[in-house]
Design a protein around this ligand. Sequence first.
Ligand code: NAP
Length: 346
Amino acid sequence: MTIEVPCCSKHNTGLMGLDVLVTGATGFIGVGVVDYLKSREDNVRVLLRPESDAGKASSMQVDILKGSYDNPASLREAVKGADMVIHLAGVTRSVDEKGYYNGNVLPVRNLLESVVEVNPGLQRFVLVSSLAAAGPADNPDPGSREEDIPKPVSIYGRSKLEAEKIVRSYKDRLPITVIRPPAVYGPGDRDVLQFLMMLRKGILFAAGNVRTQRLSLVHVDDLVRGIVMASESPAGVGEIYFITSPKGYSWEELSMAAAEKLGVKHIRTVSLPKPLMKAFGHAAGLISRITGQSGFLNPDKVNEMVQDYWVCSPQKAERELGFTASIPLKEGMCSTIVWYRERGWL
Ligand SMILES: NC(=O)c1ccc[n+]([C@@H]2O[C@H](COP(=O)([O-])OP(=O)(O)OC[C@H]3O[C@@H](n4cnc5c(N)ncnc54)[C@H](OP(=O)(O)O)[C@@H]3O)[C@@H](O)[C@H]2O)c1
């Protein structure tokens, strides 16, 4: 393990703040968490795996610790002396179940073991899980609540739930918090980008009914704020929170929020029947297994896409943490579109 401390690290400037290890720092949400913590003058360290985007990590101006989740010595070094661990690293797409386990479950177990060994006084261990661990709601109003029995419908969701169970099994030894975001959008995201790219052509694809299907959504800046609020709140110890928009949106509402900025006047809706979507998913999954590349579509993702209500309730986070999402959907979509355009993504 080697540690690289860039010249303008806060350790060098003598600023005092929390020492926070952020994993998955080079990912879409991780970049936002690192920026937010740095803006508060916390001391941020990130774990850089051999597979990580080293260029992106070095441009972050944070302490970089090299290691991997199957190397306990490197994890012990990474967590030593940290006040807080925000574990975002994970796999949202994999060609097989093993990939989800290795990316979402094993790192959590090994990180927690390292914390117990070398940093039992850690102030908080935060797992960023997913609404997928809870599964879809039976009813869009109020949607899934934290106390509901989880019913994940995908391998991804089951792997995130398994990770949650591991974290909760440490509840008596460490102050833990679990965050379950719904779909996250904002600068840097590539999933909502796919939706916007089709919408720009005036086409809205949906794996169901565009008026009745509902999904919760959160802007990455709101999510980052919510993660940090939950991490610091004494009320958050041992708890699970959905950090989410105030309501679930239909595909039609989502399209309307983006259409004007995209310059789209007419939207043609293509509602693909669920059996057809499943057939596409199986075909795409087969190609992924042959090529070894996890694509946008696979049977697991299709199982998620055909659900009617990916909605979760914001009430517990509001009541216990005082968190409410502050970025209105239209405003968030418009600024995200501008960001994509500036980079030529859209
Ligand atoms: N985006 C969403 O809509 C959404 C919604 C709900 C929950 N989440 C959860 O939020 C977390 C971050 O999501 P994201 O959207 O930022 O994902 P992302 O952009 O794919 O980033 C995930 C990061 O995890 C690390 N990683 C990748 N493969 C890994 C592996 N096999 N083992 C360990 N670490 C690996 C990488 O960071 P390093 O190279 O820096 O290690 C990667 O940048 C994930 O745990 C995800 O399940 C995301």
